[in-house]
Design a protein around this ligand. Structure first.
Ligand code: HEC
Length: 204
C-alpha cells in the first residue's frame, strides 16, 4: 500500500484514535498494523546497530573510547535509518545527557511517564510499546515508541556516577556538564526509541 493510500485509509478509519498495540495485535491487519510492523522493524534495527557498535568498540578499546559511539555513531545511524524509512527515528529520554538530541517532545514525555506507570503495574519492560495516530500543528503523524532496557554495558556510562571509572566520569563531566542520564541499573528503562512518520503531505 502506498503511503498516501495508507494515509487516506487511516483518515477515514482512525481519525485521532489512540490504539493500544496489544489490542491491535489481536486484529493484526490494516494500515495501523502495517505501520506498527514497519516501526518495530526500524526500531529493532537501530537498537541492534547501536548495541553492536558499542559492544565492538568496547571490546577493542574499553569504555572511554566507546563514548564516541554514543556521541557520533548513534546520531549517524539514527539519521541514516530515518532517511531510509522516511520517518524520524531517534532515541529519547526524560533524564537527558545531550538535550539537543535526546529530549522527549510532549507526546513522547506523556508516553514515557505512562511506560513508568505500566511497569509499576507489572508489565514487562522489554515489551513496552505504544502506537498512535496523532494530530499535530504540522500535520497528522503515525507515532510509535518502544522502551529501551539498560543492559550491563550501558550502565558503565549511564549507571551511578560513583561506580564509573574516574576517566569516564571526567570525560562525561567535561562534555556533558548538565548530564542527567546517570544513576541507572541494569534492567531499568533507559529511555525509548521513537518512530514518527508523516501521514499526509503538508498542503502547499
Ligand atoms: C561509553 C559510554 C556509553 C555507553 C556504554 C552507553 N552510552 Fe548512551 N550515551 C553516551 C553518551 C556520551 C551520550 C550522549 C550522546 C550525544 O552527545 O548525543 C549517550 C546518549 C544516550 C541516549 C540518548 C539520550 C541522551 O541522554 O542524550 C540514550 C537513549 C542512550 N545513550 C542509551 C544507551 C543504551 C541503551 C546503552 C547500552 C546499549 C548506552 N547508552 C551505552 C554514552 C554511553
Amino acid at each position: 500500500m502506498t503511503p498516501r493510500r495508507i494515509a487516506v485509509a487511516l483518515l477515514s478509519a482512525l481519525a485521532s484514535s489512540s490504539v493500544a498495540v496489544a489490542a491491535m495485535a489481536a486484529s493484526a491487519t490494516g494500515p495501523m498494523a502495517e505501520l506498527t510492523d514497519e516501526a518495530r522493524t526500524a526500531v529493532n534495527e537501530l537498537h541492534q546497530q547501536i548495541a553492536g557498535e558499542l559492544a565492538r568498540e568496547y571490546a577493542i578499546s574499553g569504555t572511554l573510547r566507546s563514548i564516541v559511539v554514543c556521541k557520533y555513531t548513534a546520531p549517524e545511524l539514527t539519521s541514516a535509518l530515518s532517511r531510509r524509512y522516511g520517518a524520524q527515528v531517534r532515541r529519547v529520554t526524560l533524564r537527558v545527557r545531550n538535550p539537543s538530541l535526546g529530549t522527549a517532545d510532549r507526546w513522547e514525555q506523556t508516553q514515557l511517564l505512562d511506560f513508568d506507570r505500566r511497569v509499576a503495574r507489572g508489565e514487562d519492560l522489554s515489551s513496552l510499546e505504544v502506537a498512535e495516530v496523532v494530530d499535530e500543528p504540522a500535520g497528522r503523524y503515525f507515532r510509535y515508541l518502544k522502551a529501551i532496557v539498560a543492559g550491563t554495558l550501558c550502565v558503565s556510562c549511564h549507571g551511578p556516577v560513583e561506580s564509573m571509572t574516574a576517566a569516564t566520569r571526567a570525560r562525561l563531566a567535561s562534555e556533558y556538564p548538565h548530564d542527567r542520564a546517570t544513576g541507572y541499573r541494569a534492567g531499568d528503562m533507559l529511555g525509548a526509541i521513537s518512530f514518527k512518520k508523516p501521514l499526509l503531505e503538508t498542503p502547499p
